[in-house]
Design a protein around this ligand. Structure first.
Ligand code: XUL
Ligand code: CO
Length: 442
């Protein structure tokens, strides 16, 4: 059966977004994002690999716990789920290409509505995958990562891979198998596991050790299956400390790295770090990136921001230049993302109901990262920042300090060195000076 692609234009008012330079007042232009500009040795576009999140932009109509959706999308109006899915995909590809981006991320049932049985869902996924393959072929848009939604269906109320019921765990496994098949079929570059409801509400009814063992087995089986199907990409775990469960098992980067190493998953899995998840864990985003980078596991990031006054995952589009510059310092100095890129896991506010709002939000965020990268380049190349940081550790570059780093000195050697010292001189951390240098370039 030959596939006929839809030809409706959904965003008629908007032409392709172009780079117009920093003085542009055109809200449909980039002021800093110049895809092919070489910055720090690489094209801007390659540093970032921006991706649009299917769920926030094309599926979620803006419902919240107090009210139904406010956004009436012109796609997905048919009573036929396949037609809806094709319309949604046409809109998504039009939007992504008008932004001049090359990637998107999806959950299985963002692509098409879940069926009433596993086999019905599987048929639907097969159909929309064929359609997506054609859309990918006729564009230069690819899948940054795919994933399975293992948290919306009521069957997952007690978790998926960590559910106390084996039958539910196996339904989750079937769903992951299908989502992996779709990701592989579409040439997806990576696959994400966000532990949607993998956690607990009360420890009283929870055997935590057993649930963690199950989660590790589940991830091993998923990885082995994907590899057996020829998947060469990276698997990412996305840490989050809470919400929807009181305590999520993938709490933060350090917890996840410990888990991966403990269960022998550290060769295949890296991390997808999300801004608002970091702040929910009482860390800065920069901290989480650095922890991942320390273990050579900085795979990808989900870009958004939280709200200083709210204690939940508000998933707002990023707009804080200080946070982005400090984060880019970590990302660039650790050699960039391994396999992944920057997925806009962010939603426009519930009252931002125009289609144009989807453009403003993405343009603003893309430009923020581009501006941040230009600032980062200046800080690293023109300022005394790197030198000052290096100097702070200069006592480990020579003599006994170097021997210590090289593992050539014992506890007794340290004792003898200390015994010969008077009280060591105190040296300032000069935090404000470091902050001033960053500010000089912002
Ligand atoms: C939830 C979240 C998810 C994952 C993908 O907080 O971030 O959207 O990124 O399941
Ligand atoms: Co996310």
């Amino acid at each position: 059966m030959s596939i006929v692609l839809g030809d409706r234009e959904y965003f008629k008012d908007v032409k392709k977004i172009k780079f117009e330079g920093k003085d542009s007042k055109n809200p449909f232009s980039y002021r800093f994002y110049d895809e092919n500009k070489i910055v720090l040795g690489k094209k801007m576009g390659e540093h970032f690999k921006f991706a649009v999140a299917y769920w926030h932009s094309f599926v979620n109509p803006g419902n919240d716990p107090f009210g139904v959706g406010t956004k009436s999308f012109p796609w997905s109006k048919s009573s036929d789920p396949f037609q809806n899915a094709c319309d949604k995909m046409d809109a998504a590809f039009e939007f992504i290409s008008k932004l001049g981006l090359k990637h998107f991320c999806f959950h299985d049932f963002d692509l098409i509505e879940e069926g009433s049985s596993l086999s019905e869902s599987e048929k639907r996924l097969e159909k929309i995958t064929s359609y997506a393959k054609e859309k990918i072929k006729e564009s230069d848009i690819n899948v940054l990562w795919g994933t399975a939604n293992l948290f919306s269906n009521p069957r997952y109320m007690n978790g998926a891979a960590t559910n106390p019921e084996f039958d539910i765990l196996s339904v989750a496994a079937a769903q992951v198998k299908n989502a992996l098949d779709v990701t592989i079929e579409l040439g997806g570059e990576n696959y994400v596991f966000w532990g949607g409801r993998e956690g607990y509400m009360s420890l009283l009814n929870t055997d935590m050790k057993r649930e963690l063992d199950h989660l590790a087995k589940f991830l091993h089986l998923s990885k082995d299956y994907a590899r057996s199907q020829g998947f060469k990409g990276c698997f990412f775990i996305e840490p989050k400390p809470m919400e929807p469960t009181k305590h999520q098992y993938d709490f933060d980067a350090a917890t996840v790295i410990g888990f991966l190493e403990h269960y022998g998953l550290d060769k295949d899995f890296k991390l997808n770090i999300e801004v608002n998840h970091a702040t929910l864990a009482s860390h800065t985003f920069q901290h989480e990136l650095q922890v991942a980078a320390n273990s050579n596991m900085l795979g990808s990031m989900d870009a958004n921001r939280g709200d200083y006054q709210n204690g939940w995952d508000t998933d707002q589009f990023p707009n804080n230049i200080y946070e982005i510059v400090e984060s880019l310092l970590v990302i660039i100095q650790s050699g960039g993302f391994q396999g992944g890129g920057i997925n806009f896991d962010a939603k426009t506010r519930r009252n931002s109901i125009d289609l144009n709002d989807m453009f403003y939000s993405h343009i603003g965020a893309i430009d923020l990262f581009a501006k941040g990268l230009l600032i980062t380049e200046k800080i690293l190349n023109d300022s005394e920042y790197s030198k000052l940081l290096q100097e702070r550790y200069a006592s480990f570059d020579v003599g006994k300090g170097k021997d210590f780093e090289d593992g050539k000195i014992s506890m007794k050697d340290l004792y003898q060195h200390a015994s010969k010292l008077k009280e060591p001189k105190l040296i300032s951390g000069r935090q404000e000076l470091f902050e001033n240098i960053i500010n000089r370039y912002i």
